[in-house]
Design a protein. Structure first.
Ligand code: FAD
Ligand code: DHB
Length: 409
């Protein structure tokens, strides 16, 4: 098989890239190891930055998003048993976030790609990327029937998530990784129960730790709480989950959790991770294959989409004019913003989660930090600016500043 861009992974990053390339007449093949049903049903992120929504709408993918997405102009913090609201609209100069499930974004883009006869090879695994240092790279794939084939292309996009094969294609002498694994995980549920608050609520309880009350609609709650990373789902029968959430919500300002049938349950490990550089010759990493953030702060999918908002115009410029300037600058351009978003996600995680072996003093400091955040305009503005989404970095990196390892042939 032959195409202009071979894209590994049909997550939000790979799908959005194939759609944007198609709009400019550029051919791609998306290779996805899972089935279409699986990727469309995978429950994950839910909070979209304004920049992500604007990019989807501009690309003609906004029909359901604009109809069903819930606009949130506020965010709540509950600590010391009381609620405190940050007015995102006021603090960020009229910006907001939109609650719309990641699986819906994925579904919308797959529908658009299918309508345009786009090529997505489901249940096909990318096994190896070959010849990345030549002008004609190839991707070796295996279909669900065990058939081996090669896709020959000009550029490769590694959008295959944290466990994919793209990142390891970069020689180990060049690839540098930075990682922090947190000593807790998130237990997340989707429940058929109306949300108690009408905006996302981060909860901190000095003894019991973090919980998050989010939603997917006016009748579906998406709830999370920190748990021990070694715990299994079997350790958490439904009643224990509701009881523990209730304890984290206790306080003088009462709020009553509505219990309902739990439709989905999962435990997610928490890590911060960055791979540098994000490109090597004709391979370009985007999304979770290049970086992971802990979910506190709701940045993972937004960061994946931001990479594509830089990568797609760079690839389009290359195919239209032959210029490699934007592709050569891709890694540096993205990494500046990636590190700022890593910093935000790490800081919100540290501010709201209990760590093992802390003293009472450490936990009171966390409450004081939250008190400052919700009572100081300066602190609130900093949070709001990051939560609604930092602007994309300018791609005009000077030649002298460019990382020579990322330059194409
Ligand atoms: P992925 O979605 O991981 O897609 C990669 C794809 O590549 C997968 O479909 C995989 O099957 C495929 N693949 C892997 N290896 C191969 C191979 N060898 N061959 C072929 N295909 C392959 N982010 C937010 O922005 N906001 C939130 O509110 C938020 N909440 C989250 C809550 C939870 C519980 C979790 C787990 C994550 C959350 N995130 C959030 C993070 C977000 O879901 C991810 O950052 C996002 O999915 C990254 O998209 P991606 O396209 O880079 O990777
Ligand atoms: C979700 C919301 C958040 O604010 C967050 O930090 C992580 C996840 C959600 O709705 O899934």
């Amino acid at each position: 098989m032959q195409t202009q861009v071979a894209i590994l992974g049909a997550g939000p990053a790979g799908l959005f890239l194939s759609h944007l390339l198609h709009l400019q007449g550029i051919d791609s093949i998306v290779i996805e190891s899972r089935s279409r049903d699986y990727v469309e049903g995978r429950l994950r992120a839910g909070v979209l930055e304004k920049g992500t929504v604007d990019a989807l709408v501009e690309a003609g993918l906004g029909e359901s998003l604009l109809r069903e997405g819930l606009r949130h102009k506020e965010i709540n913090f509950r600590f010391g048993g009381r609620n405190h609201t940050l007015d995102l609209d006021d603090l960020s100069g009229g910006r907001y976030v939109t609650v719309y499930g990641q699986q819906k974004v994925v579904k919308d883009i797959i529908a658009a790609r299918m309508a345009a006869q786009g090529k997505i090879l489901f249940e096909t695994k990318a096994e190896e990327i070959l010849g990345i240092e030549t002008t004609n790279p190839r991707v070796r794939i295996v279909t669900k029937n065990g058939e081996q084939q090669e896709i020959s292309c000009e550029l490769v996009a590694g959008c295959d998530g944290f466990h994919g094969i793209s990142r390891e294609t970069i020689p180990s002498s060049i690839l540098k990784t930075f990682e922090r694994v947190y000593p807790f995980a998130w237990l997340g549920i989707l429940a058929e129960a109306p949300p108690i608050f009408n905006c996302v609520t981060n909860v901190y309880h000095e003894e019991r730790g973090f919980a998050l009350l989010s939603m997917r609609s006016r009748t579906l709650s998406r709830l999370y709480m920190q748990c021990d990373p070694n715990e299994k789902l079997e350790d958490w029968p439904d009643e224990r989950i509701w009881d523990e959430l209730e304890r984290r919500l206790e306080g003088t300002e009462k709020c009553t959790l509505v219990r309902g049938p739990i439709l989905n349950k999962g435990i997610t490990p928490m890590r911060s991770f960055v791979a540098e550089p994000m490109s090597y010759r004709r391979l370009f990493l985007a999304g979770d294959s290049a970086h992971i953030v802990p979910p506190t702060g709701a940045k993972g999918m937004n960061l994946a989409m931001a990479d594509i908002r830089v990568l797609a115009p760079a690839m389009i410029d290359y195919f239209k004019t032959g210029a490699t300037r934007l592709l050569d600058a891709y890694s540096d351009t993205c990494l500046r913003r990636v590190w700022k978003v890593e910093r935000f996600s790490w800081s919100v995680t540290s501010m709201t989660h209990n760590f093992p072996e802390e003293s009472r003093f450490d936990r009171r400091m966390r409450s004081a930090t939250l008190d400052y955040l919700t009572s100081s305009k300066a602190s609130g503005t900093t949070f709001a600016e990051n939560f609604v989404g930092l602007p994309l970095e300018n791609s005009e990196v000077q030649d002298s500043e460019r990382d020579p390892r990322t330059v194409m042939l």
